[in-house]
Design a protein around this ligand. Structure first.
Ligand code: Q46
Ligand code: ZN
Length: 309
């Protein structure tokens, strides 16, 4: 790890990684040991590594997998669910840090979108969001809604996602290029539950390079899905990641300092004036907070208000 001037063997790397995770949780006051954490798992390296690290640290962490029905042209959703199930069944997470007592078996919640709502994500996107090309807008809306609602209904105070440094700075770069000040004001390792009906959102891996989370998953023999979602190809975020990787090659440490200096400026209030509190009220169908006057965007798109586990 050139940027840290550090070289470690697999065993010590795992310890370093878990300790760094805990440091981030404490530094940004993400959550305490008394809180119940719901980890959004996709079957990929970041989310499974996050779940593993939190369990090793002794946190009460359960998982939520959202089956999107994306199985064309490759069986992406089916394969990623299989990897997620395998992670829970394998018991890999039982190897606790520092010989701590074995973690109890975590719960895995599965929300199957096509089974619950009658359409896959690509199908609902085609039906309701014509002309927008990729199904990512429908997908993102559905995932955000299901994560928040299930976390609330099951009594979790925190929702943790596996976003890493590369993810965060790609978004930061995009928002900076367009001076999206409102988005910049809201980009942070912790998004507090600003009102009733919203759960706190945290990103404990926000300071890890993508390579570091992949290395941890390999060091821990976590079997994760290598394929990306077939709709991810060619998106702008990946293009920005490539640009930022070129920068990192020329100037090691640039990616981390871009992010940390942004957080410093943000912490000093550089974007405070843009942090507008949106007026929200309860959706008339499902009760979730929404800025829309009647039904929330999820209920309008799916034309339903139930959530099926
Ligand atoms: S899963 Fe969904 Fe991503 Fe696939 S359809 Fe787009 S948003 S690319 S994280
Ligand atoms: Zn609603």
């Amino acid at each position: 790890m050139r940027h840290h001037k550090l070289a470690l063997c697999a065993e010590h790397y795992g310890e370093w990684f878990v300790a760094q995770t805990e440091r981030a949780i404490e530094k940004y006051r993400m959550f305490s040991r008394d809180e119940r954490v719901l980890v959004a798992v996709s079957g990929g390296k970041d989310s499974l590594a996050l779940w593993d690290a939190l369990l090793r640290l002794g946190y009460h962490a359960d998982g939520l997998y959202i089956a999107l029905g994306i199985n064309d042209p490759i069986p992406y959703s089916d394969a990623s669910l299989e990897k997620t199930r395998k992670f829970v069944d394998s018991g890999e997470w039982r190897v606790a840090k520092d010989d701590a007592p074995l973690a109890p078996r975590p719960t895995l919640y599965i929300v199957d979108i096509p089974a619950a709502y009658g359409k896959t994500i690509p199908e609902i996107a085609r039906a309701k969001m014509r002309g927008q090309g990729r199904p990512c807008a429908a997908c993102g809306l559905t995932k955000r809604y299901v994560m928040n609602r299930l976390a609330l209904e099951k009594g979790y105070t925190v929702l943790a996602t596996g976003h890493n440094l590369d993810d965060e700075i790609a978004v930061l770069f995009q928002n900076t290029l367009r001076w999206q000040t409102g988005y910049l004001a809201r980009q942070a390792p912790v998004l507090p539950a600003s009102r009733e009906g919203l759960v706190k959102k945290v990103k404990p891996f926000c300071r890890f390079y993508e390579r570091e989370t992949a290395t941890y998953a390999l060091a821990r023999s976590i079997d994760y899905i290598y394929d990306e979602c077939p709709h991810a190809g060619g998106n702008l975020t990946n293009f920005y990641k490539t640009l930022l990787n070129q920068l990192e090659t020329e100037s090691p440490g640039s990616k981390l300092s871009f992010y940390l200096e942004f957080l410093r400026a943000r912490g000093e209030g550089a974007f405070e004036q843009f942090n507008r509190v949106e007026e929200l009220h309860a959706c008339e169908l499902c009760g979730q907070p929404t800025s829309a006057p009647e039904r929330c965007a999820f209920c309008r798109m799916w034309n339903v208000s139930r959530i099926v586990e």
